[in-house]
Design a protein around this ligand. Structure first.
Ligand code: PA5
Length: 462
């Protein structure tokens, strides 16, 4: 497992100055009196969340404390790693797929799957199969010979058609190529727990039939809040990520996000700003724009978390409210050349979340070359790092000049500690935002209807 040096354990920082009225006007920024007004609501919501956390309603808060689960994950990862597999294929969708995708992009080197096994330090390539496009799935099967592949099927409900159909294809293939007896060396299950009172999962009989290793997703942990459960941690450990340091990052952020304070609790402050932006300033969209390729898939993960948790027709009192902000992912500097024109000059209906990495793992100098071209002097002998930072600041200043509100999150370094902090903070932020909107953050009734229709169209029971 790749170790994070202790000196790199630094907290992420948030800055909301440019979302205040003093920066972008009272029409587009939060005023001091609006902060004052929201404070008692945040504190009241904090009390409810604390109480319900204690009652065990929301398991995501405490996943980092579950030492037994982490030990189990590490033991299984050590066991399956000893087979030296070339590929790890995750079968899962939504909350079962986006977390590990985000972690892999953030924490393993770019172009990981294209590196030689030696350069991957013997770790498997990762394929996250979260769709049922037959062309893609067949291509994955061709790239990953069954004998050289470990599959991890992840489904909390154990009945998601997309995932189960993939599993059926893979099981048949494994039976043919490695045999039913050896299936247990190639397939790991992550689903709801067994036992009295636990819901039925179609993966339970599969695990039993083939004597498969399986991990339990706690019943009080929803898919999109499950990245620190075995859903994310088993594949993370298989891919050499430092899961202990991730837990330490969560614990440090848990401490900060437990503060009953609007100003000192980063998750609450961000939730309050996003909520006020939507309901008071007409910012019905929330753009997540990292200035680092490694954070690109965290923006995707955030989009699901924010959309599925807050996009609700009914509030907790049964009133029709059609709540929620539309999350949008963008990438700096790339999308400066695609989206920023709209962001600056189009409708002022967005709050921008800029993610910054203060120190990249690489320092890349732009050489003293093409010396005849005077116009390039400003780039010569500078670094790509400096250029990225200038682009970020340029966009922030340009947005401010057009009175577009921005919140910034800075990661001192991109590592297991800071990434875990970021994900944990966004989870707590979502829980608080849900309380402010007065909606059920943890269900997704709107997803069910489409699933039922598709099942009927396939000839199944609705
Ligand atoms: O956040 C959620 O609950 C959903 O996005 C689920 O993760 C997704 O629908 C997949 O469900 P399951 O894990 O039951 O297959």
């Amino acid at each position: 497992m790749k170790k994070t040096p202790a000196k790199e354990y630094a907290n992420i920082e948030i800055n909301i100055t440019r979302a205040k009225s003093a920066a972008v006007s009272a029409a587009h920024g939060i005023t001091p009196s609006e902060f004052k007004e929201i404070e008692p609501r945040v504190l009241a919501a904090h009390k409810i969340l604390r109480k319900e956390r204690k009652e065990g309603k929301y398991g995501f808060y405490d996943l980092h404390k579950d030492k037994a689960s982490l030990a189990e994950v590490k033991k299984a990862a050590a066991h399956f790693s000893s087979f030296g597999y070339e590929n790890l294929v995750v079968l899962g969708i939504g909350g079962s797929a986006l977390g590990i995708t985000a972690l892999q992009t953030a924490l393993n080197p770019p172009y990981f799957n294209s590196l030689s096994k030696r350069r991957r330090k013997g770790l498997p390539r990762l394929f996250v199969m979260d769709n049922i496009d037959p062309d893609t799935f067949r291509a994955m099967l061709r790239l990953c010979p069954p004998k050289k592949t470990l599959y991890n099927v992840i489904s909390k409900s154990g009945e998601t058609a997309e995932t189960i159909s993939q599993l059926m294809i893979v099981t048949a293939l494994l039976e043919k190529h490695v045999g039913a007896k050896a299936l247990k060396d190639h397939l790991v299950i992550t689903t709801s727990p067994t036992g009295p009172g636990a819901p039925k999962s179609l993966l339970h009989p599969v695990a039993k039939a083939y004597k498969l290793s399986s991990f339990a997703i706690p019943l009080n942990v929803g898919g999109r809040f499950s990245v620190f459960s075995p859903v994310g941690m088993f594949p993370a450990a298989m891919l050499g990520m430092d899961v202990d340091v991730m837990m330490a990052g969560c614990a440090a952020m848990d401490k900060l996000c437990s503060k009953p304070s609007l100003t000192e609790n980063p998750a609450y402050l961000r939730a309050a700003v996003q909520y006020l932006m939507d309901v008071k300033k007409g910012k019905s969209m929330s753009v997540m724009m990292p200035y680092a390729d490694g954070l690109r898939d965290i923006a995707d993960w955030y989009c699901q978390l924010w959309a599925e948790s807050l996009g609700k027709r009914l509030d907790l009192d049964g009133n029709e409210v059609f709540a929620g902000q539309t999350p949008i992912k963008a990438l700096g500097a790339t999308d400066q050349h695609s989206q920023v024109q709209l962001y600056r000059e189009g409708p002022n209906d967005k709050i921008f979340n800029i993610l910054e990495v203060r120190r990249f793992n690489t320092n890349l100098r732009i050489p003293d070359t093409l010396s005849d071209i005077k116009e390039l002097d400003y780039l010569r002998n500078k670094s790509m790092n400096k250029l990225m930072s200038a682009e970020l600041r340029g966009t922030m200043d340009a947005l401010k000049a057009s009175q577009r509100p921005v919140m910034r999150i800075t990661l001192p370094r991109l590592n297991a500690y800071t990434v875990a902090q970021l994900l944990y903070m966004l989870e707590v932020e979502t829980a608080m935002a849900g309380r402010l909107y007065n909606v059920n953050t943890f269900d997704q009734p709107g997803v069910e209807e489409g699933k039922k229709i598709a099942r009927r169209l396939m000839g199944g029971e609705a």
